[in-house]
Structure formats: structure tokens, C-alpha cells
Design a protein around this ligand. Structure first.
Ligand SMILES: Cc1cc2nc3c(=O)[nH]c(=O)nc-3n(C[C@H](O)[C@H](O)[C@H](O)COP(=O)(O)OP(=O)(O)OC[C@H]3O[C@@H](n4cnc5c(N)ncnc54)[C@H](O)[C@@H]3O)c2cc1C
Length: 247
């Protein structure tokens, strides 16, 4: 039984997983395809990249960050989610995937733009607009079913990567809160920031000395230099209808 299973390893799902995994929750990300961001030609409005970044590179780096945070990954398309005991939702949920064994998790985050059909058995409250379905959520991404959340575009957030990432992080926070993790903020601060004021380092915060700060900076720079040293061969995924017309 995982603490949290995230359906969709795109922008929102990866951001949520970084937060839940860093908070010590056993986090599994199940992904059955590719992020819609793989269709982008050059990601130029995501803060932190002055001249933009290749969207596939961004996804690769974010996946690596989620793995470093402790999240685990499984390939698979989720086809159905049901409560283990409909009268006691705290007992968790079973996720059926195409092919693999069923997965169990106490909490589920749907971050699976544009598919939420697998939530139909739970009656979370889906809204249809045109041929798309959105999932209704509160300000923390909680659906009408306790223990089930939705993040990113599927929760009707604006169709922008930074917003999906921010929403994923926020929903991750709601999960951490609901799971009763001893948690203040996910902050790494210089040695003495709290203890220098006679305060304990709050839960989920870390104080590091200057040597450790330099070590981490060096590792971070090496990772980025290596990641950005060569252009990626992968090209953007074309819209399926354009692809069909070309054939
Ligand atoms: C052509 C194009 C260009 C864009 N360019 C920009 C841009 O320049 N700047 C910008 O800010 N935004 C851009 N966007 C928007 C951005 O890509 C999205 O807003 C963002 O990716 C939404 O994040 P998400 O996590 O909600 O969905 P996604 O990133 O699409 O992630 C959803 C994930 O869920 C998985 N999934 C779906 N169903 C299932 C299932 N049943 N089981 C398991 N996994 C499942 C999918 O495989 C996918 O990996 C662009 C979008 C498009 C289409």
C-alpha cells in the first residue's frame, strides 16, 4: 500500500511527486504516455530559463528531480480506480492498469490531462466541456471523494506549464497535510537560520553549513552542464490530426 499514487507523470504530477516524496510519503507515479508539453517547440515562459528550454529536456530534468526526491515510477495506463472499502475511504484505493498488477494507495492524485475516465467508478464530480472532462476540486485539489485529488489542467487550471507545476505542488501540499505528516515548509536554509535564534529546525526544513552548500551547488552545476551539453535528438510531437494528414 503506497501512501500516494499519482496518475500522470507530466508537469503537474511530477511537481506533486517532488513535494510528497520529499515529505517522506511513499510516492508512486504511474504514467501511460507522454505529457502534452512534448508537443511544444520551445518552452519560453517557464521562470528560470532566460532564453527558454527544450520542453522534452525540461520534462527529463523534472523526472530526474522526482526520482532524486524518492518518487518511484511505473509505466502503465490507469483504467479504473475503486475504493477498497466504500464505507471507510481511509483504507485506500485500488488502481487497475493495462497489463500490470493492480496498485494500492491510500491517496490518489489524478494529474492525467486529458483522461479521467478511470475515475468514473468513484463519482468524483466530473464536468464536461466540449469533448473534454475536467474534475471539480477545492482550493487544495481535493475532489468530492476523500483521498482523491486532481492537479493541473485536468483540474481546470489554465493551460500553462508553470501553472500546472504550481498547482501540482499545491495539491502535493494538501496531500501532505491530510496525511498528517509533521511538516512546516520544504525549505533548505543556511546553518543558524533557525538554531541561531534558539529555535529548533522545523519539520521538513534543513539547515546546511557552507561546505555542504558549496557541495550541493557543485553537484547542481555538474548536473545542468551535463544535461545541457548536447542538443536533444527528440523532436516535438505533432498534433495527431496533422500527422494523419501528412500520412
Ligand atoms: C502544442 C502545445 C504547446 C504548448 N506550449 C506551452 C508553452 O510554450 N508554455 C506553457 O506554459 N505551456 C505550454 N503548453 C501547455 C502545457 O503543456 C500544459 O498546460 C501542461 O503540460 C499541463 O500539465 P498537466 O500535468 O496537467 O498535463 P500533462 O503535462 O499533459 O501530463 C499528463 C500526463 O498524464 C498521463 N496520463 C493521461 N492519462 C493517463 C492514464 N489514464 N494513466 C496514466 N497516465 C495517464 C499522460 O501520459 C501525461 O504524461 C503547450 C501545450 C501544447 C498542446
Amino acid at each position: 500500500m503506497r501512501d500516494v499514487c499519482i496518475v500522470g507523470g507530466g508537469v503537474a504530477g511530477l511537481a506533486a511527486s517532488i513535494f510528497t516524496a520529499r515529505a517522506g510519503l511513499d510516492t508512486l507515479v504511474v504514467d501511460g504516455g507522454e505529457s502534452i508539453l512534448a508537443r511544444n517547440a520551445s518552452l519560453e515562459n517557464y521562470p528560470g530559463f532566460p532564453d527558454g528550454i527544450d520542453a522534452r529536456r525540461y520534462l527529463q530534468l523534472t523526472r530526474e528531480q522526482a526520482k532524486n526526491a524518492g518518487a518511484t515510477f511505473e509505466l502503465g495506463h490507469v483504467e479504473g480506480v475503486t475504493a477498497i472499502d466504500e464505507t471507510v475511504l481511509e483504507r485506500g484505493f485500488v488502481l487497475e492498469t493495462d497489463g500490470g498488477d493492480p496498485l494500492e494507495a491510500r491517496r490518489v492524485i489524478a494529474a492525467s490531462w486529458s483522461d479521467s475516465d478511470y475515475l468514473v467508478p468513484l463519482d468524483v464530480g466530473r464536468l464536461q466541456r466540449g469533448n473534454k472532462h475536467f474534475v471539480s476540486v477545492d482550493e487544495g485539489g481535493r475532489t468530492a471523494v476523500d483521498g482523491v485529488y486532481a492537479a493541473g489542467r485536468i483540474a481546470d487550471e489554465p493551460h500553462q506549464a508553470i501553472i500546472a507545476a504550481g498547482h501540482g505542488a499545491k495539491v502535493g501540499f494538501a496531500v501532505i497535510h491530510d496525511a498528517d505528516v509533521n511538516y512546516y515548509q520544504d525549505w533548505v536554509v543556511p546553518e543558524g537560520y533557525f538554531t541561531g535564534r534558539g529555535r529548533e529546525v522545523p519539520p521538513a526544513c534543513e539547515e546546511i553549513d557552507d561546505e555542504e552548500r558549496r557541495r550541493r551547488d557543485e553537484r547542481a552545476r555538474e548536473t545542468m552542464v551535463e544535461a545541457l551539453s548536447e542538443p536533444l535528438e527528440e523532436r516535438p510531437t505533432m498534433h495527431p490530426s496533422v500527422e494523419r494528414d501528412r500520412e
